[in-house]
Design a protein around this ligand. Structure first.
Ligand code: SF4
Length: 293
């Protein structure tokens, strides 16, 4: 039996950059905070917590914090807040600045690019359409950089229902981790409505590559294992894609969740992992399957 890892799996550029930033900041000896969990992976967050990194859970919590109290008397102990790869709405950035927090922005440059696009396009009067999950922090962040009308759509039905006004120009962008085919389909729905405006495909390459290579591997595999955090939207999408190709697809967070029973006929076990899954976890699963089956 062969165990094969998808060509692209695990930490993407933006997540690696954000996680590395936190580990670098820990070395400064200051109190480190992240605004929301740094990545959607409980294992990574737990490890950082062990090293003293604290997570600020909400805007209200942030508002109740006082940088003077955060800091000890010694300069070296002052707190630093790190903005995660998903980015934050402008309002949160303003609060951080106004309160005088020391702030390290680890927003992924690809997400930052979307902030700039929607800010510019909404300043020029366009209605911004964000194709993505309205509850996802990245989408909340993007929404928070729009200065005018903004609509978040996730489904074909929502796109069908959207009323295109002839006098209104639209700018359509996407959550970086959105499924590429779904995005294309939603854009087609807008085309049929004869919308006026621009479409910017802001799906990140890392996402597309992960999705493409997961799909290719799942199409050949007898069993497929998808590793990633429960709240990781890109992992869930990988699972969705792999399940479509391979009936025996498992979604696990860590090796403990894996209860595999492989019939003898299984020839190929495929493994893929979301962009916030550390290499260590992927290797553990890979080794386990290789050694035990
Ligand atoms: Fe950045 Fe892409 Fe990774 Fe999102 S998936 S953090 S946009 S590199």
């Amino acid at each position: 039996m062969e165990v094969r890892l998808a060509e692209c799996a695990g930490f993407c550029f933006g997540v690696k950059r954000a996680v590395d930033t936190v580990y670098e900041q820990i070395k400064t000896g200051k109190t480190i905070y992240t605004y929301g969990p740094i990545v959607h992976n409980e294992e990574v967050v737990k490890d950082l917590e062990k090293q003293g990194v604290r997570v600020i859970g909400s805007r209200e919590e942030l508002l109740s914090m006082n940088p003077e109290k955060v800091s000890d008397d010694q300069e070296a102990k002052k707190g630093t807040i790190i903005i995660r790869a998903h980015g934050v709405p402008r309002e949160i950035q303003n609060i951080l600045e106004q309160k005088g927090f020391e702030c390290v922005d680890a927003t992924c440059p690809f997400v930052k690019r979307i902030h700039r696009i929607v800010e510019k396009e909404s300043n020029s009067g366009k209605h911004i359409i964000i194709i993505g999950n309205p509850g996802h922090p990245e989408v909340e962040g993007i929404r928070g950089w729009c200065n005018g009308p903004v609509t978040v759509l996730e489904t074909y039905k929502e796109a069908e229902k959207f009323e295109v006004k002839p006098e209104e120009e639209l700018c359509i962008v996407s959550q970086t981790t959105f499924n590429y085919n779904k995005f294309q389909h939603i854009v087609e729905i807008f085309e049929k409505k004869g919308y006026n405006g621009t479409v910017v495909n802001t799906i990140c390459n890392a996402t597309e590559e992960r999705q493409r290579s997961a799909k290719a591997l799942a199409a050949q595999a007898d069993v497929m294992i998808v590793i990633g955090g429960r709240h990781s939207s890109n992992t869930r999408k990988l699972y969705e894609i792999c399940s479509g190709e391979c009936a025996q697809t498992y979604y696990i967070q860590t090796l403990d969740d894996l209860h595999l029973e492989l019939p003898k006929a299984v020839r190929l076990v495929g493994i893929t992992a979301g962009a916030s899954t550390p290499n260590k976890l992927i290797e553990e699963v890979q080794n386990y399957v290789r050694v035990n089956f």
